[in-house]
Design a protein around this ligand. Structure first.
Ligand code: F6P
Length: 406
């Protein structure tokens, strides 16, 4: 048995499926080593709670037993299947406010932790990395978010389940679309990244996928191309169509619109009427276009974690414990080239900070992404082709060596 350690774990930022599965994996691995695990409630707010005496350290201990649901599942294992986070999560901590960081650092010290595992997205990782630097914390981070926009990892926890959720919605909407010859617009989450819309659009059989990386704004040119695509489908005998739009796509004026799906539906209806009556034969298939929009919302953050997300959670959790055992800190656990490994946060965080400063996505869909090529080959309209920028800073250097302990 390795030397005993006290390890903290917290979840920060928006929740997603697979957080509890990762917590379970970490607790299972750690308790086998005889280490103590402490679950920090509501992200860094839990440290403030410890500092202010709202939480007693002994109450935060996570054990391998004690979560029984009689007759169903015993012990910790039920966590694999539950969405959300048993620890709770904090969307927006404010350590920059006066006195807040000191309280967080005080709580951490009071617990006397040897290391902290943070499960977070790009925003939380940035904040917690700063705190770790100030407090001298031994930090290991696990990437999570349905947006899949954390740099230097091919996969984040929660992405796969969200793809299934959106795919199911697109598939289910196909039948009502077909019955009414309608154009169905499905708005997917993703913040400024189009990974979720792209993957679920392909898997769900969409005809058009709008993502911010390829269609930054719904301009008249974009609407005309969409109309042409739909007109063509209709002339071939397919009266309905499915459009997936990522929430990061902007209006024609370049504005962020909460219900961009509704905006697309309305603009498409108006423009198709104009084009239909223009006398141009390209658009003669556009008579009686009827559009409807469905905004999927937070349902995309829930649902039983997929098998793939559970596998990822187990691999990420195991790797986090291995890194701590090797005292290899300041690492982000990542998935690259079919393996779990880790990258230094000193490499990841500057990239995130720069993107935040420039208000860009930290890990966007690249124009030559394999799934972009797949979608185009299938005849899905994705906007006009963009020539890949070979100098793009984002070109994630996943090929570079990463630390593999397994
Ligand atoms: O980052 C995850 C995410 O679900 C985004 O896709 C979405 O834009 C955002 O969080 C929603 O955040 P909130 O939970 O604050 O509404």
């Amino acid at each position: 048995m390795s030397q005993s350690k006290k390890i903290g774990i917290l979840t920060s930022g928006g929740d997603c499926p697979g957080l509890n599965a990762a917590i379970r994996a970490v607790v299972k691995c750690a308790t086998q080593k005889g280490w103590e695990m402490y679950g920090i409630p509501y992200g860094t707010d839990g440290f403030i709670g410890v500092h202010e005496g709202r939480y007693r350290p002994e109450d935060l201990k996570l054990r391998a037993h004690g979560y029984d649901m009689p007759g169903l599942l015993q012990g910790l294992d039920i966590l694999q299947f539950l969405s959300g986070s048993i620890l709770g999560s904090l969307s927006r901590g404010h350590p920059e406010q006066e006195g807040v960081a000191e309280k967080i650092l005080g709580g951490y010290q009071q617990l006397g932790l040897d290391a902290i595992i943070t499960i977070g997205g790009d925003g939380s990782l940035d904040i917690i990395h700063d705190l770790a630097q100030r407090g001298g914390w031994n930090l290991v981070a696990i990437p999570k978010t349905i947006d899949n926009d954390v740099p230097l990892t091919e996969r984040t926890l929660g992405f796969d389940t969200a793809i299934s959720t959106v795919t199911t919605a697109v598939y289910d909407l196909t039948f009502t679309a077909a019955s009414h010859d309608r154009i169905m617009i499905v708005q997917a989450m993703g913040r400024d990244a189009g990974h979720l819309a792209l993957h679920s659009g392909i898997a769900g059989g969409a005809d058009i996928i709008l993502i911010p990386e390829l269609v930054p704004a719904v301009t008249t040119t974009v609407l005309d191309s969409m109309c042409e695509h739909i007109s063509h489908l209709r002339q071939e005998g397919r009266k309905f169509a499915l459009v997936v739009v990522s929430e990061g796509v902007r209006t024609a004026a370049g504005k962020r619109e909460k219900y961009i799906g509704d905006y697309v539906a309305e603009q498409l209806r108006i423009r198709s009427q104009e084009l239909c009556t223009s006398g141009n034969s390209t658009f003669c298939g556009l008579t009686d276009i009827d559009t409807r929009s469905t905004v999927l919302g937070h349902i995309q953050r829930s649902g039983t974690p997929s098998a793939s997300d559970r596998l990822l959670a187990n691999a990420f959790g195991t790797m986090a414990i291995q890194l701590i055992e090797a005292e290899h800190y300041n690492q982000l656990v990542v998935w690259a080239n079919g393996k779990v490994c880790s990258r230094s946060l000193d490499e990841v965080i500057p990239c995130i900070k720069q993107c935040h400063r420039e208000k860009r996505c930290s890990n966007p869909v690249k124009p030559d992404d394999m799934m972009v090529l797949v979608a185009r080959s299938l005849g899905i309209y994705l906007g006009e082709p963009i020539i890949p920028d070979s100098t793009a800073e984002h070109a994630s250097s996943l090929e570079k060596d990463c630390v593999i302990l397994v």
